[in-house]
Design a protein around this ligand. Structure first.
Ligand code: COA
Length: 169
């Protein structure tokens, strides 16, 4: 198991094949995918294949990571840094089981990923975007200290793009 970072209540680790059930179940919830543009997995096996083909860690030395509770190892969602080669930028993103919303996990893990991106990976800028109506995500983005760049169509949906700069770089 490859651990990436810990926070007060959480630890982030690389995905494991056994996470497939979580990917399938979490994405099967309409409210979870509502503002993401993603399509639910058809089966646990499809989620397994997705995880098997997930090469971001090797390709870019970063990726989305499983977010687990320190107290009982429960998988509560994912958070992490995604490199977009076409735009040459890194974006933070997050997704949690609905039963774990509004406990501050997205903010806690996103802040830790931003610190990791700046301090460990030496990134200069990290971006984030959210559907204009995804108020919870805008809240998280604001709590992390991002500033608004613009409003644009992103994956066919109206979204706000934000960025945060590494002040030490
Ligand atoms: C967006 C998401 C990751 C937030 O996760 P979370 O762990 O609940 O976030 P946090 O608890 O850290 O913060 C959420 C904040 O939004 C607020 N919030 C939640 N729902 C809200 C709503 N409908 N309107 C306004 N604010 C809302 C919460 O009160 C909280 O703010 P506060 O700490 O000031 O009270 C979660 O809702 C989720 O997984 N959504 C589905 C996937 C998704 O949309 N991902 C983001 C794509 S851009």
């Amino acid at each position: 198991m490859t651990y990436i970072l810990t926070t007060e209540r959480l630890y982030l680790r690389e995905f494991l094949p056994d996470d497939a059930i979580h990917f399938y179940t979490m994405n099967a919830d309409y409210d979870v995918l509502k503002y993401t543009g993603d399509v639910a997995f058809k089966s646990v096996d499809e989620a397994k294949l997705f995880l098997k083909n997930y090469k971001q860690y090797k390709l870019h030395n970063m990726g989305r990571w499983a977010v687990c509770l320190k107290s009982n190892d429960e998988f509560v969602g994912w958070c992490g840094l995604k490199f977009h080669p076409s735009e040459n930028l890194v974006e933070v993103g997050y997704r949690f089981y609905k039963s774990h919303w509004n406990k501050g996990y997205a903010t806690e893990s996103a802040k830790a990923c931003i610190d990791y991106g700046f301090e460990t990976l030496g990134l200069k800028t990290i971006y984030a975007h959210a559907h204009v109506d995804n108020l919870a995500s805008h809240h998280v983005i604001n709590k992390c200290g991002f500033t608004l760049v613009n409003e644009a169509i992103y994956d066919g949906m109206p979204a706000k793009l934000y960025k945060i700069e590494n002040l030490k770089s």
